[in-house]
Design a protein around this ligand. Structure first.
Ligand code: GLC
Length: 672
């Protein structure tokens, strides 16, 4: 029988359709420890392997995506497919490219943990418990001991261990890049691996992520002891490139379980499908003498400024693809629960709002820059990640009757978004000169100056700064507003994902090379250029003392950006640029204790409030080194130009005769 405990302590009445459990804290996936059965740290996971109970966390999760009524319809999944624990049949198509390689077996600590997602827990009654907090998350679902959970045949019902064994055999071992084995690790790399190992976070004795920073000198811990989704990406890549897949799989599955399930506006809870910014493993006493480990996510409801992490779900999708590409284990992305989570994120992103642009409309601070920095609206970083996530999703969504509409929507959005960014975000000498001579107040469909940009907006610094060769995508575009600041992450992801045209992608790297002193200086890489100063700083950041000019998000330099720079350079066959930047980092990072960021125009000083031993700093460095050693694997993480995307224009406007498709009205050539 299905066994569920409800703990309810919230004034909100949950929808009986969806929510089964509540508690006045965040969602908690529990792993019980009893003090009587001691293992390390004097607590032990109380494991009940009795198959008739629910198993925490993964078995529950596999069964955990039962949706009812309208919610089920949202994702177009047939009712019969819910509640089944299975990998979707591989006979169904995904648009996946070349299969990848298997990992290299190395002796790494992540592997020393039990490592699998088989941890099963139950509460003291032998019943599995999932607890739902004030913030809405997934419904609690029980795994029934009865065998009638759909007709999942033995073959499709892979236990994780078996699954791994099977994929291990089928994931192209012959393609394994030898470089990892051949090239010696430098002393600095060895130190970084050691630190990365120390940053591991375990849940029920299984590694599930890495803390943001391990800085014992820091007076204020804030939330740097949490596992951030975005921060874990370079750690995950380093692990994957090293052949360590389990921690990444655990991370993907655990965070999937934390995904928001239902929105309650008056509780400031996240919308359905949102992935948390971070999570923490907490130990709680749930009964005299018994403790449990719980996963406690933060969707921004505790974050400084209450910022919603729009990028988390996008990063999650990117990592899911990378996991498949690097390990060759595609069974993970084909699982029903994973497919459902993927569709929930896509659904959230693709939902109609009031906005007319194909780009995503978000609030300030919804990404790596998670404080007020004047990036609300349609920031490039989110658009580039969105585009990359859509391209990833298109490869991974299992195509069947129920997903046809979704795949169509993805294709249309990719096409519209790529046009929009290429055409309207791009600036170079020629384009700036064009804007400089813009006419304004053009009321017509054929307007050149569609967004009514007043030429006076072109900042003085830009007129002198823009090189003859090169260009970049601006930070944001809104009615009567172009944010001309150069944002590194968005530009790099535009190169990696081919959101930019091949010409634009090359030009972005030309610009970085030409402006090396400004964008790299003494430590790669500037998060944005230039800094907001004086009145602009006061008005735009709200006098943020952490974001003073040339510090932190406001023109600070972030070594973690190195891996994405490396990937972009390798893709565009400009590896020497990446090597130069990595060499700078390798020399200084260990001397400076792996800081989070650097300050000043040329990144001379360790950031005023920077954490030391920041995990994504050292993981970004390691991932860069690994990518440079594994060009074949690096290429699997990038996207080439897709001509199908360029050809698609589903715009029916021309047919209606009322208005024209903006592509016809576009003045520049965006296709080459
Ligand atoms: C800062 C960064 C954010 C990062 C977090 C944890 O808030 O702005 O991007 O995820 O620290 O390292």
């Amino acid at each position: 029988m299905i066994a569920i405990n409800l703990i309810c302590n919230c004034t909100m009445k949950p929808s009986p359709k969806i929510l089964i459990g509540y508690k006045n804290s965040s969602f908690l996936a529990r792993c019980h420890h009893t003090r009587t059965m001691s293992m390390s740290n004097s607590t032990t996971c109380g494991l009940n392997l009795d198959h008739s109970t629910m198993h925490c966390p993964f078995h529950t999760r596999e069964f955990g995506r039962i949706m009812h009524g309208s919610n089920q319809q949202v994702f177009g999944l047939p009712s019969s497919s819910f509640g089944q624990s299975m990998s979707l049949s591989t006979s169904r198509r995904t648009k996946r490219g070349v299969s990848a390689v298997a990992g290299v077996d190395i002796n790494f600590k992540a592997r020393d943990f039990s490592g699998s997602v088989e941890t099963r827990v139950n509460d003291s009654n032998g019943d599995m418990v999932y607890v739902k907090g004030g913030m809405n998350v997934k419904p609690v679902v029980a795994e029934s001991g009865d065998k009638d959970e759909g007709d999942v045949g033995e073959e499709s019902r892979l236990e994780v261990g078996e699954e791994d064994e099977k994929t291990q055999n089928s994931c192209g071992l012959e393609n394994v890049d030898e470089a990892n084995n051949v090239e010696e690790e430098t002393e600095v790399e060895k130190e970084a691996w050691k630190l990365l190992q120390e940053a591991l976070v375990t849940y029920c004795d299984t590694p599930v992520g890495t803390v943001a920073a391990n800085d014992s000198t820091s007076e204020q811990l804030l939330n740097y002891d949490q596992v951030f989704i975005r921060d874990f990406i370079p750690s995950a890549l380093a692990f994957l490139l090293k052949g360590e897949r389990e921690i990444v799989k655990n991370f993907l599955l655990h965070t999937l379980q934390l995904q928001s399930w239902e929105k309650t506006v008056d509780c400031y809870s996240p919308g359905q499908g949102l992935m948390p910014a971070s999570f923490k493993v907490k130990t709680k006493e749930f009964e005299e003498g018994k403790t449990e480990e719980v996963l406690d996510p933060d969707f921004g409801e505790s974050a400084i400024g209450r910022v919603a992490p729009v990028d988390s779900g996008l990063w999650w999708i990117l990592l899911l693809r990378a996991y498949g590409k690097i390990t060759g284990d595609y069974s993970l992305q084909e699982r029903l629960d994973v497919q459902t989570g993927l569709r929930m994120i896509l659904n959230l992103c693709l939902t109609d709002g009031f906005d007319m642009f194909p780009s995503l409309l978000v609030t300030d601070g919804s990404c790596m820059i998670d404080r007020r920095m004047g990036i609300h609206g349609h920031p490039l970083e989110i658009q580039a990640l969105f585009y990359s996530a859509l391209r990833s999703a298109r490869e991974m969504v299992v195509e069947d009757e129920s997903s046809k509409k979704l795949v169509g929507e993805i294709n249309n959005r990719l096409s519209a978004l790529s046009f929009h960014i290429r055409e309207y975000y791009w600036v170079d000498m020629r384009k700036i000169n064009e804007i400089y001579r813009y006419k304004t107040e053009e009321y017509s469909l054929d307007a050149t100056n569609k967004f009514n940009i007043y030429p006076e907006q072109i900042p003085l610094w830009l007129m002198d700064w823009i090189p003859e060769e090169g260009g970049y995508l601006i930070g944001n575009l809104q009615p009567a507003h172009m944010d001309f600041r150069f944002f590194m992450l968005g530009n790099l992801w535009s190169v990696v994902s081919s959101l930019g045209t091949p010409r634009q992608n090359n030009a972005i790297l030309n610009l970085i090379e030409a402006k090396w002193e400004d964008l790299v200086g003494q430590m790669p890489l500037k998060i944005c250029y230039p800094a907001l100063e004086d009145e602009e700083w006061r008005l735009i950041t709200g006098c943020d003392p952490k974001n003073t000019p040339w510090s932190y998000h406001n023109g600070g330099s972030w070594p973690t950006l190195l891996w994405q720079f490396t990937l972009a350079c390798m893709k565009m066959e400009r590896t020497e640029l990446a090597e130069k930047a990595v060499a700078l980092a390798e020399k200084r990072l260990p001397e400076d204790s792996w800081p989070e960021y650097y300050d000043t125009r040329s990144a001379r000083f360790i950031g005023k409030q920077a954490r030391l031993y920041q995990t994504w700093t050292l993981a970004g460095f390691l991932a860069s080194k690994m990518l440079l050693k594994n060009p074949k694997l690096a290429s699997l993480l990038c996207w080439e130009e897709d001509f199908e995307i360029l050809e698609t224009c589903v715009c029916l406007l021309n047919k209606s005769g009322r208005i024209k498709c903006s592509r016809d009205a576009a003045k520049s050539q965006i296709l080459v």
